[in-house]
Design a protein around this ligand. Sequence first.
Ligand SMILES: *[C@@H]1O[C@H](CO)[C@@H](O)[C@H](O)[C@H]1NC(C)=O
Ligand SMILES: *[C@@H]1O[C@H](CO)[C@@H](O)[C@H](O)[C@H]1NC(C)=O
Ligand SMILES: *[C@@H]1O[C@H](CO)[C@@H](O)[C@H](O)[C@H]1NC(C)=O
Length: 368
Amino acid sequence: MSIFMKTIIFIYFLSLVSCHPQSYNAIFSFGDSLADTGNFLLSGAMTFPVIGKLPYGETFFKHATGRCSNGRLIVDFFAEAYGLPLLPPYLALKKGIKAENGVNFATAGATAISAEYFYSKNITILWTNVSLTHQLGWFQQVKANICAIRKDCREYLKKSLFIVGEIGGNDYNYPYFVGGSIKQLKALVPAVVETIIEATSVLIEEGAVELVVPGNLPIGCSAVYLTLFGTPNKDAYDKNGCLKAYNAFSKYHNAKLKLAIEDLRKEYPQAKIIYADYYGAAKRFYHAPKHYGFSNTLVACCGGGGPYNFNNSARCGHIGYKACLDASKFTNWDGIHLTEAAYYHIAKGLLDGPFTSPPLTFPPIKQI
Ligand SMILES: *[C@@H]1O[C@H](CO)[C@@H](O)[C@H](O)[C@H]1NC(C)=O
Ligand SMILES: *[C@@H]1O[C@H](CO)[C@@H](O)[C@H](O)[C@H]1NC(C)=O
Ligand SMILES: *[C@@H]1O[C@H](CO)[C@@H](O)[C@H](O)[C@H]1NC(C)=O
C-alpha cells in the first residue's frame, strides 16, 4: 500500500474517532443556585438583584448571566465535556432558544420541598417559590414540546443525562439562617430526601434512564456558615478550619440520600441512578488547597468584609463590597456560592471519577 493510501486510511479512522464520539443527546438539569444558569435572574431576582451585575460573571462570560458565581458552574463543565452547548435556562426558551441539547430548570434559592411548607413554618426568607416539583412541571412542558416534534423522543430521552440537583441545601439554609438548630434540621432530612427521590422517580416514569443525583456540599466550610455560627471554641473546627457539626450534618443528609437511592435502584432496575458525591469532590480542596491552586478556601473572594469576607447586610455586589483580584485562587465566591475554579475541580472529580457511583455511561468526549 502506498504511503498516500495509508495516510488516507489513517485520516479516515481519525475522523471516525473524532467526529462520531458517543455522547448524550441532551442534559436536563434541576436544582438551585449551584446549577442555575439564568432562571432566577429572568424571573426578576427581586430577592437578590446583585446577581444581575458584575462582579457576578466577571470570569469567562465577562458579564452577569444569572449564574451565582464569577464564571461557569458544574453543569457548564458537564455540557463542555460532552460537547454540548451550555444549557439555556428554561425561562429563556420563550425567547426562541432551542431545547434540542437540553434545558436547565435549576433556580437560585430553590428548595426541594414546596415553598408553602416553609411559609407555613413562618420561614419567609425564600428567594424563590420555584421548588423541585415546580421545576418538574416545567420539564413536562418541555418534554411535550420535544415529543410533539420528534418521533424518537423515547430514544432521545434515553440517551439524555438528567442531573437532579444539587437540591435540598436551601431546605436547610433557610431554617438555619433564622435560628433553626441542627437537631431540628436533622428531623427535616427524611422529608427532603423523600422529595428528591420522588422527583427522580417521576423523571424515570417520564422516560429518563440515566440520572445523576448529587449530595450536599460540606456546608461547615462555607463562609456564610462560618460567619453565622462561628465560635471561640476551637474544638468546633476541623483541621481545615471548617465547622465539624455542620459538615457532619451534610454527611448525614448524604448518607440518607444514598440509602434512598439504593432503594430506588431496586424499584427501577432499568434506570441508571448515579450518586454524585459533591461533598467528597469538594472536600479535597479544603484538605489540600495548594494542590488545586487555591490560596484561600474559607474566606469569600467577594463580600462586605469580616473574617470570612461575608457580611449578610453588605454582600458581594452591594455598596462597599470588596472582591479579590484573582478568583481562581479562592474556592468561595460570595460567601454562599463557589467560584468557577472550585466548580471546575468538583466537575472534574465527577467526570473523571471517582466521585460518581456508578460512573457515567459515556465518558466525556472533551477534556475540561
Ligand atoms: C407564625 O406566625 C404567626 C403570626 O406571628 C403565629 O400566629 C403562628 O403561630 C406562627 N406559626 C408557627 C408555625 O410558628
Ligand atoms: C412566594 O409565595 C408567597 C406566598 O404566596 C408570596 O407571598 C411571595 O411573595 C412569593 N415569593 C417569591 C419570591 O416569589
Ligand atoms: C456589615 O455591613 C453593615 C452595612 O454596611 C455594617 O454596618 C456592619 O458594621 C458590617 N458588619 C461587620 C461585622 O463588618
